[in-house]
Ligand binder design. Structure first.
Ligand SMILES: [Zn+2]
Ligand SMILES: [Zn+2]
Length: 284
């Protein structure tokens, strides 16, 4: 069985260093300068930011470590089960999807990752920042990490801007110009990072609303173009409507959608399609 890529990579080290650097600047430079660590507001902000940073670290660790979902040994598509496979077969012009490199059939939505050197269930994309694929098993936790990272980045920006604009007078007397410069440098580094994370989060929300993976988005763009050329209309087979899409990606419990828990729906080997008979309970 192929192992997963290692954890000691430059991008992973960079992410951890960035979290540490922003945390240090926000809690130990910005908050003391703006609110002071002896005031209730200062302590509350320091505690809140610490909790957010801890949530970022915890979800990041899970996204890095969790297996994104592997094809079980001996997996064979159930061709008798029309509901689960027919649309996937149709999509691929009549052939059952088979991975030549792994020498097994590919379940619907699974793809071969050239970095992980194996097939990944419901592969979204290979992310170098976690040195892991984002797939069926770790998509939700990856998404929650990005969400927490966006919130933390904007929170840190507020603390940074606040501390640069209003500092407590006694700090000015002690001549803390170097801390002001450090805070500004952190703000300059953080701004493009926060923007990039927000754009990434926006993209994934857009994908979830359509029940698409990043791979399927790119495939869909091509399929749509081909369909339009042939005078047809392309329809993404896993698009079940906004609410069912959210449930199938984020889990059946709406209160857990933004929590750092992985309530993955199903085993990753078959997915409801819009051609299936509608059922009132969450799939599988
Ligand atoms: Zn493969
Ligand atoms: Zn991969």
């Amino acid at each position: 069985m192929a192992g997963r890529p290692g954890y000691l990579t430059l991008p992973i080290f960079s992410v951890l260093a960035a979290i540490g650097y922003v945390y240090y600047t926000a809690v130990f430079l910005a908050v003391p300068r703006w609110l002071g660590l002896s005031t209730a507001a200062g302590v509350a902000n320091a505690v809140a930011f610490t909790a957010l940073a801890a949530a970022c670290l915890a979800t990041y660790a899970v996204a890095v470590r969790r297996d994104p979902g592997r094809v079980p040994p001996g997996y064979a598509p159930d061709v008798e089960d029309a509901e689960s496979t027919v649309h996937e077969i149709k999509r691929k012009s009549g052939d059952l999807r088979y991975c030549q490199k792994c020498c097994h059939y590919k379940p619907p939505r699974a793809h071969h990752c050239r970095f992980c050197k194996r097939c990944v269930l419901k592969m979204d994309h290979h992310c170098i920042w976690i040195n892991n694929c984002v797939g069926h098993e770790n998509y939700k936790i990856f998404l929650v990490f990005v969400l927490y990272a966006v919130v933390a980045s904007f929170y840190a920006m507020i603390l940074i801007i606040g501390s640069v604009m209003h500092s407590v007078p006694k700090d000015e007397q002690s001549g803390s110009d170097s801390s002001r410069t450090s805070i500004i440098i952190c703000g300059v580094i953080l701004s493009p990072l926060a923007l990039a994370l927000a754009v990434l989060l926006g993209w994934h929300i857009y994908f979830i609303l359509q029940n698409k993976t990043t791979v399927e988005y790119h495939e869909g763009v091509r399929a749509m173009w081909l369909a339009e050329k042939g005078g047809d209309l392309y329809h993404h087979p896993y698009d079940l409507g906004v609410y069912d899409n959210l449930i199938s990606v984020l889990g059946p419990n709406i209160f857990c959608w933004l929590c750092p828990v992985s309530n993955t729906v199903g085993n990753g080997l078959r997915y409801r399609t819009s051609y299936d008979i509608p059922i009132s309970t969450p799939p599988m």
